[in-house]
Design a protein around this ligand. Structure first.
Ligand SMILES: [Zn+2]
Ligand SMILES: [Zn+2]
Length: 131
């Protein structure tokens, strides 16, 4: 019966949770680190494989990006804003929490509008040329 299975699973999760709760903080930290390390290896391996198979494409894309002054300016402005302007408070246009930084002018990297995703999308709906 599927219902019984569900109950069983619930019970299992409960026990699992209890067991984990009883684990000391130190143990948890250790296993988290272990998990992270194992996965980092896996992640790096995948990234390396991806890089090996797409090397030419990746490198030529990077070259194009580095050569393009407009993209560079955008990237630098975004980075500057990201580093200097904290994303807290509300969207400037509505009451949603602010989630995105909008640059009106990439020549002024620190002049950004903090917006929610919706208002940001709206701005770009009416201002197609800026991002
Ligand atoms: Zn908004
Ligand atoms: Zn924008």
């Amino acid at each position: 019966m599927p219902y019984k299975d569900l109950e069983k699973r619930k019970q299992f999760m409960k026990e699992y949770y209890q067991k984990n709760k009883e684990q000391t903080k130190e143990d948890r930290k250790k296993s988290a680190t272990k998990w992270r390390n194992e996965n980092r290896v896996k992640f790096n391996e995948n990234a390396r494989k991806f890089y090996e198979t797409n090397k030419d494409k990746i490198l030529s894309n990077l070259r194009i990006i580095r050569k393009n002054p407009i993209i560079r300016k955008k990237d630098n402005s975004r980075l500057k804003a990201w580093r200097n302007i904290p994303m807290d408070g509300k969207c400037e246009r509505c009451d949603n929490p602010a989630r995105e930084r909008h640059h009106e002018d990439y020549n002024q990297p620190l002049k950004v509008n903090l917006l929610c995703g919706l208002c940001h999308a709206n701005i770009h709906g009416s201002l197609k040329s800026v991002s």
